[in-house]
Design a binder for this molecule. Structure first.
Ligand SMILES: N[C@@H](CCC(=O)N[C@@H](CS)C(=O)NCC(=O)O)C(=O)O
Length: 329
């Protein structure tokens, strides 16, 4: 929320008298104000007299803060002479509110966004979430305004902007309790990172032929050799990891490394693609996919994806523009 500084000097004729008369009403108004007042107090001259007021107020816009100021009993009673209002930023000082925000695309479609978002939610870190719907006319401008790559996901953490899903996930792991994002055990952690990296840089055929669309079901695309190779590798990888790590002691659970880890976050969009396009999975890989789809953190995200008002349809040329209704509605 933008922060505004209001610098208000009393009128030189009778400002002091008007201030004294309006003060109780002004203090009651200030205590009751809806918008967050980050700071308010008098301006004091060298003789110790109140000669004005200063405010730091969070508001949606300059117009919103002006409207608020117009209701101040000091304004209504003609206390002020010169008033300036400027937007400001809290760069230094104890009152600086933490600015932690995760910016994603629509949860239904933005597979790169939901990977670190799952890690963020699993870690339970206090970070606000914002969605920039993809493929609308204003999308690129909105992305460029916040992200150096004009892509999501993006993590804003106080003064830091972190892009790239894998880098965000690693940063979150450093903030979270050990074992919440990556496995505690060093060997498992190393292999979990390898699996997540393989996903981050691979499976191009699956990704382009079967775009993520969590809430919908589509016919399977033509099985090209590259798509078949991706499907085979995923079956082998998931079954193999479940065999070696999943059934092992230490960090038990139904996920790739037993307990949930960021490797599962990276493969969750892949699991949903298998469901959306009815792609073949067998044995332990199928059990793993079922566990992901039943996971409460995924279920919550799925509910949000189902409720999203934004739609994108995919044709042979790729994505169409976004719309507020499904293309076949
Ligand atoms: N390598 C990046 C990929 C990010 C990416 O491609 N994000 C897509 C959405 S899933 C995006 O922001 N596209 C921009 C657009 O659609 O305008 C990552 O891992 O974060």
């Amino acid at each position: 929320m933008p922060l505004y500084c209001l610098h208000c000097l009393d009128n030189e004729t009778d400002g002091a008298a008007r201030r004294a008369a309006a003060r109780p009403a002004h203090l009651a108004w200030a205590a009751d104000i809806g918008a967050p007042v980050r700071m308010a107090g008098p301006l004091i001259d060298s003789a110790g007299q109140m000669v004005g007021s200063v405010f730091l107020i969070e508001a949606e816009s300059l117009d919103a803060v002006r409207a608020l100021h117009a209701e101040d009993p000091y304004v209504l009673q003609g206390v002020f002479g010169a008033v300036t209002i400027h937007e400001t930023r809290w760069a230094i000082g104890e009152g600086k509110p933490p600015m932690r925000k995760f910016v994603s695309g629509n949860l239904n479609y933005s597979s790169w966004s939901i990977r670190p978002l799952l890690a963020l939610r699993k870690a339970g870190l206090a970070v606000a979430e914002e969605i920039i719907p993809l493929d609308f006319p204003e999308t690129t401008a909105r992305l460029k305004a916040v992200s150096p790559t004009a892509k999501v996901p993006l993590l804003l953490w106080d003064g830091l902007a972190i892009w790239e899903s894998l880098a965000i996930t690693e940063f979150l792991a450093e903030q979270a309790a050990p074992g919440t994002v990556w496995p505690k055990d060093a060997a498992r952690r190393a292999v979990a990172r390898a699996a997540a990296s393989e996903m981050h840089s691979g499976f191009a055929a699956l990704r382009s032929l079967c775009p993520m669309d969590i809430r919908s079901r589509h016919p399977a695309p033509e099985f090209t050799p590259a798509l078949e190779a991706d499907i085979a590798r995923i079956n082998t990888l998931w079954s193999g990891l479940r065999f070696v790590y999943g059934l092992n002691t230490g960090e038990p659970g139904p996920f790739l490394f037993g307990a949930w880890s960021a490797a599962d976050a990276f493969f969750t969009p892949v699991v949903t693609r298998f469901r959306t396009y009815g792609l073949p999975l067998s044995g332990a890989a199928a059990d793993y996919a079922a566990a992901i789809l039943e996971d409460p953190t995924f279920r919550e995200l799925e509910k949000q994806a189902e409720a999203e008002p934004w739609w994108i349809s995919y044709g042979p040329e790729g994505r169409s523009s976004g719309s507020l209704k499904p293309a076949d509605a």
